[in-house]
Design a protein around this ligand. Structure first.
Ligand code: NOJ
Ligand code: CA
Length: 564
């Protein structure tokens, strides 16, 4: 495979400077419990992250985003936060956090932490106070309590489904029920209460003071709520327009007032702290509002993640999102994998859009069965091609731990060892889930070594079981192999420092509906053949390819061309 030209500049970590560092950054998501376990208890920890800073620097990413590491009962993988301003003792201490930030900064990497403002855990001090206080008390005002229906309040206030199955209301034993859009251990905050605002402003300052560079904002589109006295039914909710800005809880216009106040905090630091919204909203126009410079500044665009490996879809998504982010003054974001979705080599190995759950008896399985119907060779080839396509785009790229190793989804986790409520709660309810097997399969601890008790993750039994074949994808083995997926990511991230300039691209017509070709303002070109047949090799200096290239451009392959 053609490798990079030796005349290109060497990798210099930390060359992304100034307040605008985030606009074209490569951000690497760490799911702390599954990244590296320094003390051998089977749970990844902050010291483990610190021990792998050299790996992250050599990979060539610009920033690390940590999923929640706060004290939590882990009803939802840590997205049920007991205390927003502390570290889970199983993961480390605040001192470990400071050490980790110092080490990442010294390596030239920025640090982003996850803020979970739609809900706390049911162990948060505010919720414990609410439970201890009577109905109608000020303590209950910080959450969303309603009287139950029926003679003694024994029926839920409405039939709304929770995201992980079941009803979105939980009784507290005195005729009142609280709203939980996700698991029952995740009560939704009442953002009409000043204490809730203060809790988060203080949290943003707390982590900013500790040197954090930015925030990823969980469920950013649901904080503002205005629930009518008589609640609509679930069926009626479905009929409401979620793009109107006036839906009872989705994407309400006044949610942006919250972020305007957060922006004041961000801008009181030098450089200003950054933020990226997780907002699954229905249109790029609505999403762009979260990315306004007066608000969070950037918003995740999950359009590629939910699309098939399809040239027409990719082109439309890129064009639409670049236009929307430019119009609002932000830069676009690109994601193929994260801790909530099936890893992209597996997704692309399934028949088109077949990664949706099907229920067989009480079991959710991927269409065709967990192992059947997945062509992992094709999936991996497409994943490498899609990744090089994505890394060539203007904007920031968000990578998920393990994707640089080409890890597929782990389907064979014994059901009794699964942790994800999206799996457990979907067994007895037809509620929405992220995918049929839940999200544990992309959260299995990383294989660092080909052998050893947990393939170098730690010395103890890993908290989620790793399959026997995991060692084949070990980081240390790939480091030595120039044709590995890890080598491809490293090479791409190194070259990307030359490629990124300007925030636009120009499409070049190829005469084939299977081949996409674009040029960046500095002359770099990206060409992807999405088709099953080889295409003519583009003219120019090929410096990187997702599969071996000879006389033509192979099926399902991306190449990068540097200016002559
Ligand atoms: C989105 C997070 O990414 C996911 O992991 C979590 O379960 C939900 N928000 C609820 O916090
Ligand atoms: Ca540990």
């Amino acid at each position: 495979m053609p490798r990079s030209d030796s005349s290109l500049a060497p990798h210099e970590p930390g060359t992304v400077a100034g307040a605008d560092w985030w606009r074209q950054a490569v951000v690497y998501q760490v799911y702390p419990r599954s990244f590296a376990d320094a003390n051998g208890d089977g749970i990844g920890d902050l010291k483990g992250v610190t021990s792998r800073v050299g790996y992250l620097r050599d990979l060539g990413v610009d920033a690390v985003w940590l999923s929640p590491f706060y004290p939590s009962a882990l009803a939802d993988g840590g997205y049920d936060v007991d205390d927003y301003r502390d570290v889970d003792p199983r993961i480390g201490t605040l001192e470990d956090f400071d050490e980790m930030v110092t080490a990442l900064h010294a390596a030239g990497l920025k640090v982003i932490v996850d803020i979970v403002p739609n809900h706390s855990s049911d162990r948060h001090v505010f919720f414990q106070a609410a439970l201890a206080a009577p109905a109608g008390s000020p303590e209950r005002e910080r959450y969303i309590f309603r009287d139950g229906l029926g003679e003694n309040g024994e029926l839920p206030p409405s039939d709304w489904p929770a995201a992980f199955g079941g009803i979105a209301w939980e009784p507290v034993g005195d005729g009142q029920w609280y709203l939980h859009s996700f698991a029952k251990e995740q009560p939704d905050f009442n953002w009409n209460h000043p204490d809730v605002h203060e809790e988060f402003l203080e949290t943003l300052r707390f982590w900013s003071d500790r040197g954090v560079d930015g925030f990823r904002v969980d469920v950013a589109n649901m904080l503002a709520k205005d629930l009518p006295e008589v609640l609509p039914s679930a069926a009626e909710l479905l009929g409401l327009d979620s793009t109107s800005g006036h839906h009872p809880f989705l994407d309400r216009d006044e949610v942006h007032d919250i972020y305007a106040a957060w922006r004041e905090v961000f801008n009181s630091y030098d450089p200003p702290r950054t933020a990226v919204a997780e907002a699954w909203v229905s249109s790029p126009e609505r999403r762009a509002r979260y990315a306004a410079p007066t608000g969070l500044g950037q918003a995740f665009n999950f359009d590629l993640l939910t699309a098939d490996f399809d040239p027409a879809a990719f082109r439309r998504i890129v064009t639409e999102n670049l236009a929307q982010s430019a119009a609002i003054g932000s830069s676009s974001t690109w994601v193929l994998s994260n801790h909530d979705v099936t890893r992209h080599p597996t997704r692309y190995g399934l028949p088109p859009l077949a990664g949706r759950p099907v229920k067989q008896g009480t079991e959710w399985v991927l269409a065709g069965g967990p192992a059947d119907g997945i062509d992992l060779d094709a999936g991996s080839r497409r994943a490498r091609a899609a990744t090089l396509f994505l890394l060539g785009l203007p904007g920031s790229a968000y990578l998920y731990q393990g994707e640089e190793l080409g890890l597929p989804e782990v389907a064979e986790i014994p059901n009794d060892q699964r942790q994800d409520p999206a799996y457990w709660r979907s067994l007895d309810a037809d509620g929405w889930t992220f995918d049929g097997l839940g999200r544990d399969g992309c959260r299995v601890p990383i294989p660092w070594e080909p052998t050893g008790p947990s393939f170098g993750f730690g010395t103890g039994e890993p908290h989620l079981p790793q399959p026997g074949w995991f060692g084949q994808s070990a980081a240390s083995a790939q480091e030595a192999d120039p044709d590995s997926t890890l080598a491809l990511y490293r090479e791409a991230l190194l070259l990307r420092r030359e490629l990124q300039s300007g925030e636009s691209l120009e499409w070049i017509e190829t005469g084939s509906d299977q081949v996409l070709h674009f040029r960046r303002p500095n002359g770099w070109e990206i060409v992807t053949n999405f088709g099953a047949e080889a295409a003519p090799l583009p003219q120019g200096r090929i410096v990187l390819a997702s599969s071996p290239v000879a006389a033509d451009l192979p099926a399902e392959t991306t190449v990068w061309l540097a200016p002559a």
